[in-house]
Design a protein around this ligand. Structure first.
Ligand code: EZ4
Ligand code: CO
Length: 406
């Protein structure tokens, strides 16, 4: 029995932060949802979907998930890039959701079934001062969390990305222009090892510690930092160098044995082919939304399985509960999955996207609802206070005024 895509809607709304959601409705009345949010560039994906993708989808068989992916990727002259791949990702997620609902199965069953009992997460811990950082680790560990990302202030800098006094902070700030921050790699590389040492002493050896450098270092600085962190047994050091320079990771590898994770900005397997095949990283961090959806990230994981690289997807507040659901379903069915980032959401986001997935004791569960198991409360999101409003991640400049890499 074949169904047909009848309607394609793009919902842009801002319950605390901006999200772009693709809604596919079939002739049989099945609704599939996909997340297309690209932080700070939300209207670009919305237009790509509305103006260029929606007309291609109407009338198609929603069961042709792979064929639709191939047409949106190979059938278009201008390939790749975050906007294109997030749109393909949203379509792919929505079609897996439709297939699940049509067959009455949760998506993880369609992907081969359960290979693990729980999807472990890591949580964000930060503090401007060390006591706040230790308290934030204690708070998470008391709730059963076993992996924490440790971020710290840097002496001499008055703002540092990822550090906020508000434990429920949103990194993208509303406003017509991005906030400006300063950055000093030397001070950071000098300061961080002492912080991680103090955290390790405080939490003991049973907790996995992670740290994110947000692509800000040169390969040599990254090598020095990794080397200095070796005594504290990091679970991984994330995004040390700008991600498009795959050879940079080779230099980092030569200088440190610390496990390396990178890839939240990758869009395709070709962005990380060398990193995986040459074993230059340990964890690949593509989010389901930004790397072409379940169908494509599954192929990245398969390449990783051949080379001992694990999937460890991006999961900040800008990855919506729909894309997080896709991530949890894929992790539940993927052997070489490592760890899921789970930043969590404010209550209003949970309300706007009611979901079958659940979080407890430091782990996520996909739930047993058909499809991805996430809905969208369009009535709630149509309130004026949830209208799209421009928001950006900050821009950082070095002490001499030059722009710092993200
Ligand atoms: O900077 O989500 O690992 N998580 C991160 C995030 C990212 C933002 C980018 O959109 O690095 O905080
Ligand atoms: Co990161």
């Amino acid at each position: 029995m074949h169904d047909r895509i009848e309607r394609v809607d793009v919902i842009v709304a801002s319950p605390g932060r901006n999200f772009v959601t693709l809604k596919i409705t079939t002739a049989d009345g099945i609704v599939g949802l996909g997340d297309a949010t690209v932080n700070g560039r939300e209207l670009a994906v919305a237009s790509y979907l509305r103006d260029h993708v929606a007309p291609l989808l109407v009338g198609r068989d929603p069961g042709r998930i792979e064929d639709t992916w191939q047409e949106l990727y190979r059938g278009v002259y201008w390939r790749r890039g975050p906007i294109t791949m997030a749109c393909i990702g949203a379509v792919d997620m929505a079609l897996w959701d439709v297939l699940g609902k049509r067959t009455g199965r949760p998506v993880y069953e369609l992907l081969g079934g359960r290979v693990r009992d729980r999807v472990d997460v890591y949580r964000h811990c930060f503090g401007w001062e060390l006591p706040q950082l230790l308290e934030s680790c204690d708070r998470e560990i008391a709730q059963g969390v076993r992996f924490v990302r440790v971020q710290s202030s840097v002496p001499g800098l008055d703002k540092v990305y990822g550090i906020s006094k508000d434990p429920n902070y949103e990194p993208a700030q509303r406003g017509a222009l991005p906030d400006q921050e300063t950055w000093d790699s030397a001070a950071y590389v000098h300061h961080l090892p002492g912080v991680v040492e103090a955290v390790r002493e405080h939490v003991g050896w049973g907790i996995g510690l992670l740290h994110d450098s947000h692509h800000r270092l040169t390969p040599t600085e990254a090598g020095q930092l990794g080397h200095a962190l070796e005594p504290y047994g990091l679970y991984w050091l994330e995004d040390v160098t700008p991600a498009e320079d795959q050879d940079a990771l080779r230099v980092v590898r030569e200088h440190t044995r610390v496990p390396l994770a990178i890839g939240e900005v990758f869009n395709t397997v070709w962005d990380c082919q060398k990193l995986i095949e040459d074993r230059l990283i340990d964890y690949v961090r593509c989010a389901i939304v930004h790397a072409g959806g379940i169908s494509h990230v599954r192929k990245i994981y398969a390449l990783g399985e051949l080379h001992g690289v694990k999937g460890a997807p991006h999961g900040p507040s800008d990855v919506s509960p729909i894309a997080l659901a896709a991530s949890i379903h894929l992790a539940t069915a993927t052997y070489n999955f490592g760890l899921q980032e789970y930043m969590g959401y404010p209550d209003i986001v949970h309300e706007a996207f009611p979901h079958a997935w659940s979080y407890a004791d430091g782990a996520l569960q996909p739930g047993e609802e058909p499809g991805l198991g996430v809905a969208i409360d369009e009535q709630l999101l149509s309130r004026p206070e949830f209208e799209y409003s421009t928001a950006y991640l900050p821009v950082a400049r070095r002490l001499d005024g030059t722009v710092q890499d993200w």
